[in-house]
Design a binder for this molecule. Structure first.
Ligand code: ZN
Length: 453
């Protein structure tokens, strides 16, 4: 059973009935009351809401000015009052955003957005001087490679049936091309940041682009003061090696002993200081190995392992410069984040990392959003066609999975369409399936792209 996505916000239930261009139903005379209360969760109840101090008063509601530019967010109480007085309209449901209908003075404080860039999950946190304004984690799609391979296979069989085609080669080699799955990850990072920038007056962006500064690792001579002296001296190479070799001695496998950096080909025999020649070993093994190479010491596979880089690290190396160039923002490294996070005693999570990246230390934290990146078009192969050949759906139907829809007074989520897009299969808030003609449904909110919940 699929439950309708719950929202963890403190949405005012008495939103005013002003028209909006974005979410027409939310502002319609009938719309507001039931549409908002339907999707309310127990988290809106002050007794269950463990994380907020005073019945969710620590939340902030993003506010836009008349021109649609972001202002400093308001308290829920202020937002509720403004809505009641008819001075604002609702722009979007999650994160609940309002737009002022009158001109106002604009005082802005500094807001830093921290982004923990990642391969499968992105953490984000916007922090002002005294509190965290928005935070959460975005889950990226992981199905792109599989879907493209599937599409290529169908295409190949289709083309093999044609007996002549124009020669098709020498048409590749586009410069700056990224693999589609990697491009998706890069685009999603940028889309998320743009989205947050559109609701909060963010003044500075800091992105954690990689766990380790590989450039500084390979060429120790180009290193700043913090590497040569102070707390971080020698920290990054060690941390990298520990992660790579699972915090174990590569020779005897011990874990609970102090581990040292070890040269696979000893320096005395021409071995270099590059990470591809470094491993982690306990003192005993390091001493016993002495002047031998790892192969002579009876461990021929260590060398190959040392030369292999981590997949996520490789991904970040591809996109890090592009991301920072495109957004013209600042960057930081994972080992610094880790160091700072442990210093203020936060457990490891992407949102916590983002909070630290944004420069957070003692600020009041807010409740985290859980965001997902959803497919925009359900372009699928239709298999069960009552004896007919499978067909690929090429048309883009108006109703897409996860769209929020009103059908006969009920708020439902779209599961899919059938009958060539003339009928839609819906799931209501308790998980029942409803089939309906598309004439009887009304769109409340699209379910595509980045969805907050
Ligand atoms: Zn050992």
């Amino acid at each position: 059973m699929q439950k309708s996505k719950e929202r963890h916000t403190n949405t005012p239930t008495d939103a005013s009935l002003v028209r909006s261009n974005c979410d027409p139903l939310l502002n319609s005379p009938l719309g507001v009351m039931d549409s908002v209360t339907d999707s309310k969760t127990s988290f809106n109840n002050s007794e269950v809401n463990q994380r907020s101090g005073k019945s969710g008063q620590d939340l902030r509601v993003p506010v836009l000015n008349m021109r649609g530019e972001p202002l400093m967010p308001a308290t829920p109480r202020k937002a509720r009052t403004l809505l009641k007085e008819g001075k604002t309209k609702v722009v979007q449901r999650t994160p609940f955003t309002i737009q002022l209908l009158y001109a106002t003075g604009e005082t802005k404080q500094d807001i830093t957005l921290g982004v923990d860039a990642g391969y499968s999950t992105v953490g984000f946190s916007a922090v002002s001087d005294d509190r965290e304004l928005i935070a959460g984690e975005l889950t990226l799609r992981s199905d792109i490679k599989r879907l493209l391979e599937k599409r290529a296979a169908y295409r190949r069989t289709r083309r093999s049936r044609k007996w002549h085609r124009e020669p098709r080669f020498n048409n590749r080699g586009k410069k700056g091309w990224l693999a589609p799955s990697i491009k998706h990850k890069l685009d999603s990072h940028i889309r998320l940041i743009e989205k947050l920038k559109s609701i909060l007056p963010i003044t500075r962006i800091i992105i954690e682009v990689a766990t380790f500064d590989t450039q500084k690792m390979q060429k120790p001579e180009i290193s700043g003061v913090e590497y040569q002296q102070g707390e971080l001296q020698g920290y990054e190479v060690r941390a990298y090696l520990l992660e790579k070799f699972d915090h174990k001695c590569v020779y005897c496998g011990k874990t609970d002993v102090p581990l040292e950096i070890e040269h696979i080909v000893p320096k005395s025999r021409g071995g270099s200081d590059r990470v591809s020649n470094l491993a982690i070993a306990c003192r005993e093994c390091n001493q016993t190995k002495g002047n031998q190479t790892a192969e002579e010491f009876g461990h021929p596979r260590i060398q190959a392992k040392a030369e292999k880089s981590l997949k996520a690290t490789a991904f970040m190396n591809i996109v890090r410069h592009r991301m920072v160039d495109l957004l013209k923002c600042d960057s930081t490294f994972g080992y610094i984040t880790k160091h700072d996070r442990i210093k203020i005693g936060l457990p490891k999570s992407h949102a916590n990392d983002a909070f630290v990246i944004a420069g957070g230390n003692g600020q009041y934290r807010c409740e985290e959003y859980d965001a997902t990146q959803t497919r925009r078009n359900n372009r699928s192969i239709q298999m069960n066609r009552k004896g007919y050949r499978p067909s690929i759906r090429r048309q883009r139907y108006k109703q897409q999975p996860n769209d929020l829809i009103r059908c006969r007074g009920l708020i439902c989520r779209v599961k899919g369409v059938f009958n060539y897009g003339k009928w839609v299969r819906l799931i209501d808030s308790v998980g029942n399936t409803i089939n309906s003609n598309i004439k009887n449904v009304e769109l409340i909110k699209h379910g595509k792209g980045i969805q907050f919940s």
